[in-house]
Design a protein around this ligand. Structure first.
Ligand SMILES: NC(=O)c1ccc[n+]([C@@H]2O[C@H](COP(=O)([O-])OP(=O)(O)OC[C@H]3O[C@@H](n4cnc5c(N)ncnc54)[C@H](O)[C@@H]3O)[C@@H](O)[C@H]2O)c1
Length: 440
């Protein structure tokens, strides 16, 4: 592809790190990306509407577990990384990555309001040479149907004056092996020039960049990845229910099936989906397909099964107490682990929230313990993690394992309480403990 004068200049500026990067949204995705650009020598300004995050970053304080706190502090001190709420500073940037939330609205439809708000700011300060990248997960078509028309209202032409691409974030919080730098990154531009120049920018900080032919393809890649997980988890959750009815240990079955060296990949059942991706993203896809008069049957079924799992876990607790002639009303129950997955502090969409709500409605007296979540907000009040001691364990009628943090000693726990309902197989291999153990 012949280089224009604009792309030739941008390529040179990328090579010499003259490019200044703007990252809009400094959360689980945006902050690690900002740090990655800065540690590679680019000047980075982070933009966020939350004053607490902007102030913390400017003080050199880290608030995302996957980010190296010392590195962040050094980058802020050296002036390579800073944050602001003042969007007029977008004029100082050459490339802008948008990493804002994409939740579902009250009716379960995509809520693009965060993207639209960020877009309005980008639109105000768009200028020739700007590279704009949407990283937020969204339905296929968003970049070209929503962002492109707004940005072209400026009179600037995409692929010539400014460059626009979609590049899905694949961050896996708590993963010690894969971080921003070594997780391959997909990039799909509106035009080949967009893919080429934005791909070049990202290649300077990310080990492997994979170009695809369009923004729609890039948007769809992310949704395929997360829909694949949602459906496979839905399948194995139903297998867990089936095994329960057949009186077969689902965990043993999965472990044995996983010995097959080809054609099988283990997924594990659990108390329900959590986090900002798997419970939400497939609904973006099914919504888009509804607008095209197509019902996404696999996705909808998986969503239904996965959403039923917190209720299924509660029925397990009810039955386990019933078996020892107790009812839930008045029972003292400890929820062990409330983050949505192991070894992280993120509670977004955590199934623990639903499980606690159902148990409380049935009259249980609840406490929780989570080494990563010292407190959280619920119904306008703060709930605090209870200390895990022999005494607090002995006081419980039932301990419900919702998240299996690796720093908890489950053998010790099982020897100091009466009953465990385990949704994660955290008590794997424990026999003859003081506690009766009921598994999902
Ligand atoms: N967290 C993950 O594991 C993960 C993984 C892959 C993709 N994603 C996707 O990345 C996107 C961001 O997710 P996240 O987990 O980083 O969210 P987050 O809530 O941790 O961070 C988003 C940040 O954006 C800020 N924000 C909201 N509106 C803004 C605006 N108009 N201008 C500036 N800042 C604004 C918020 O204050 C927040 O700090 C979502 O689309 C999500 O689906 C997340």
């Amino acid at each position: 592809m012949p280089e224009s004068a604009v792309t030739a200049r941008l390529a040179q500026d990328i090579g010499s790190k003259k490019i200044q990067i703007g990252v809009i949204g400094l959360g689980y995705v945006g902050l690690p990306l900002a740090v990655e650009f800065a540690r590679n020598g680019f000047r980075v300004i982070g933009f966020d509407i939350m004053v607490s995050k902007v102030e913390a970053l400017n003080r050199g304080e880290n608030y995302i577990a996957d980010v190296d706190s010392e590195l962040l502090a050094d980058l802020v001190k050296s002036g390579l990384l800073g944050a602001t709420q003042d969007f007029s500073r977008l004029t100082d940037t050459d490339a802008i990555s948008i990493c804002v939330p994409t939740p579902l609205g009250k009716t379960g439809d995509p809520d693009l309001s965060y993207i639209l708000n960020a877009l309005q700011e980008v639109k105000k300060y768009l200028r020739p040479g700007h590279m704009i990248v949407l990283e937020s997960t969204t339905y296929p078509g968003t970049t070209e149907e929503v962002l492109l028309p707004e940005l072209q209202e400026s009179g600037l032409k995409v692929g010539q004056d400014f460059f626009l691409a979609f590049s899905p974030e694949r961050v896996d919080p708590g993963n010690p092996q894969y971080q921003t730098r070594n997780t391959p990154k997909i990039i799909g531009g509106v035009t080949p020039a967009c893919t080429e120049i934005i791909g070049r920018l990202y290649s300077s900080v990310i080990e492997r960049v994979i170009p695809v032919s369009s923004t729609r393809a890039a948007e769809m890649v992310k949704l395929l990845e997360n829909t694949f997980r949602s459906i496979n988890i839905g399948l194995v959750n139903e297998i867990a229910i089936i095994c329960n009815l057949l009186n077969v240990d689902v965990w043993e079955v999965i472990d044995a099936a996983a010995t097959k060296p080809f054609g099988y990949m283990p997924f594990y059942p659990g108390p329900g989906l959590g986090g900002h991706c798997i419970p939400i993203d497939p609904s973006y896809l099914s919504w888009k397909l509804r607008t095209l008069d197509y019902r996404t049957k696999f996705i909808d079924l998986a969503v239904e099964i996965n959403r039923g799992m917190p209720g299924y876990m509660v029925s397990k607790v009810v039955d386990a107490l019933n078996d020892q002639q107790q009812c839930v009303r008045g029972a003292r129950i400890m929820i062990l682990g409330v983050s949505y997955k192991r070894d992280i502090d993120d509670m977004r969409e955590s199934p623990a929230i639903d499980i606690m709500k159902h148990l409380r409605e049935k009259g249980a007296e609840l406490v929780y313990h989570d080494p990563y979540v010292p407190h959280f907000w619920e119904d306008g009040g703060t709930v605090y993690s209870t200390e895990l001691t022999e005494k607090t364990l002995a006081e419980q009628d039932c301990v419900v394992i919702v998240t299996d943090h690796s720093k908890l000693d489950y053998a010790w726990i099982a020897n100091h309480c009466k009953l465990i309902v385990d949704s994660r197989n955290a008590t794997r291999g424990l026999h003859g403990t003081a506690a009766r153990i009921v598994k999902l």
